[in-house]
Ligand binder design. Structure first.
Ligand SMILES: Nc1ncnc2c1ncn2[C@@H]1O[C@H](COP(=O)(O)OP(=O)(O)O)[C@@H](O)[C@H]1O
Ligand SMILES: [Mg+2]
Length: 413
């Protein structure tokens, strides 16, 4: 059988990258090594696999290019170039127009291989987790949820003084409405948060995966080794102390909080998780206050009402303004789907409510056990008030087919 590949050894891509070797075959892609003829450097070239799920794989690589173009971070693999085939391709009767990614080549082992080779010291584990929490916080600030963080999707590079981590594989990430369909993303081993099995992914799902990676770095075992009932009715988070001696209590506690089966009990942000790893996390929630975690950041409000809407200054991702009556939280939205006055959250006594202010694109609340509940009566018509529960997730803009657009986790006492 002939191999269905766009690339083979010896081809020249974009007039610049000469392919010399097949490097890895992933679930949806083939990754090749090539030489950049201008700089002499080795690069990685990723093409969609055309031997199965053609349409989906092509779409995922396109989506990955779209997301990677919008972010740049030392701990994320750098996209050097995205190229599109000049003509449509017919693969077993379906017509596709594949794209190819030219990526920075990361020459070291993935976290999976690194931990298989040797045990890691406490300091090494902390250094890796610090990088991962920082990068997850960064992507959440950009409204991206990775959805498939696991040891083999983190590559490393030795720097002489330590290990530099590079997160890869953004093909199944979520970015506003631009994700690949509503397909469910799950990986074996317990790295996927339980709610992802029912099609829900929130920033707290990535937090679960960070906890799962920490568990693996300590024990060398997949967390599934200690997750009775997973993914249904997981009773408790896994405990690395069942597998190795002398585990630092703080690390055990961080895993327990990050991998709590109830996502409303997990850290609100990767930044909180990082602070807890470093020993200076302090809970700021007090009675009467409400906390909103939006775009990777926690905001604690002492107000009776908070109006949420769209701000138009790209330099102010989140703007907070206050007058005598309450607070205004304005979120910059590149697509302008969020209405200027979209919804409001307010307090009556000890109870908190949400009301859609007649937005164009709806508001919705996700409640564990119930799913997404749409809060909307119509454009320019205010909705009835809906009582919130601690741990609810609000989506500013919601589409029945595409799902949530911008998710905010809320906490109050
Ligand atoms: N930039 C890169 N440098 C080195 N190896 C890479 C790079 N990108 C991917 N790989 C290798 O190729 C494999 C598949 O790539 P990945 O992005 O995870 O695609 P898939 O979605 O098919 O799993 C990875 O597990 C990794 O071993
Ligand atoms: Mg992968």
């Amino acid at each position: 059988m002939t191999q269905l590949t766009l690339i083979k050894e010896g081809v020249n891509i974009g007039g610049r990258y000469r392919v010399f070797k097949l490097h890895k075959i992933g679930g949806m892609s083939r990754v090749w090594l090539a030489k950049d003829m201008e700089t002499g450097q080795i690069v990685a070239v990723k093409e969609p696999r055309l031997d199965q799920n053609v349409v989906l794989n092509v779409e995922k690589i396109r989506h990955e290019a779209h997301v990677l173009k919008r972010i740049r971070h030392t701990n994320i693999v750098n996209l050097l170039k995205a190229l599109e085939l000049l003509r449509d391709l017919n693969v077993n009767g379906v017509t596709v127009r594949p794209a190819i990614l030219v990526l920075e080549y990361v020459n070291g082992p993935s976290l999976l291989e690194l931990r298989r080779r040797t045990d890691l010291t406490h300091a090494e584990i902390l250094s890796i987790m610090t990088q991962l929490c920082t990068v997850v916080s960064y992507i959440h600030k950009n409204n991206i949820i990775h959805r498939d963080l696991k040891p083999c999707n983190v590559l490393t590079q030795s720097t002489g003084t330590g290990t530099l981590c590079k997160v890869i594989d953004f093909g199944t990430s979520r970015y506003y409405f631009d994700q690949t369909s509503k397909e469910i993303v799950v990986s074996p081993g317990g790295y996927t948060a339980p709610e992802q099995y029912i099609g829900v992914s929130t920033p707290q799902s990535d937090i679960w995966s960070l906890g799962a990676i920490l568990f693996y770095l300590i024990t060398g075992k997949d967390p599934i080794a200690d997750l009775p009932g997973y993914p249904n009715a997981t009773q408790r988070p896994p405990d690395p102390a069942r597998f190795v001696r002398d585990v630092d209590d703080r690390l055990r506690y961080v895993i327990a909080r990050a991998m709590h089966p109830d996502m409303s009990m997990r850290y609100l942000t990767a930044e909180q998780m990082l602070m807890d790893l470093q020993g200076y996390f302090r809970e700021e929630l007090r009675p009467g206050c409400i906390q909103l975690a939006v775009k990777g950041q926690v905001y604690t409000f002492d107000a009776d009402y908070i109006v949420i809407g769209r701000g138009d200054d790209p330099n102010i991702p989140i703007g907070i303004y206050q007058d005598s009556r309450g607070v205004y939280l304005l979120i910059y939205d590149p697509n302008k789907y969020i209405s200027r006055r979209h919804c409001m959250i307010f307090r009556k006594g000890k109870r908190w409510y949400i009301r859609d202010l007649g937005s164009l694109n709806k508001t919705a609340v996700y409640r564990q056990g119930f799913g997404w509940i749409i809060i909307h009566r119509g454009y320019r018509v205010e909705s009835p008030d809906f009582e919130l529960m601690n741990g609810d997730i609000i989506s500013i803009v919601y589409d029945e087919k595409k799902g949530p657009y911008l998710q905010m986790s809320i906490r109050f006492m």
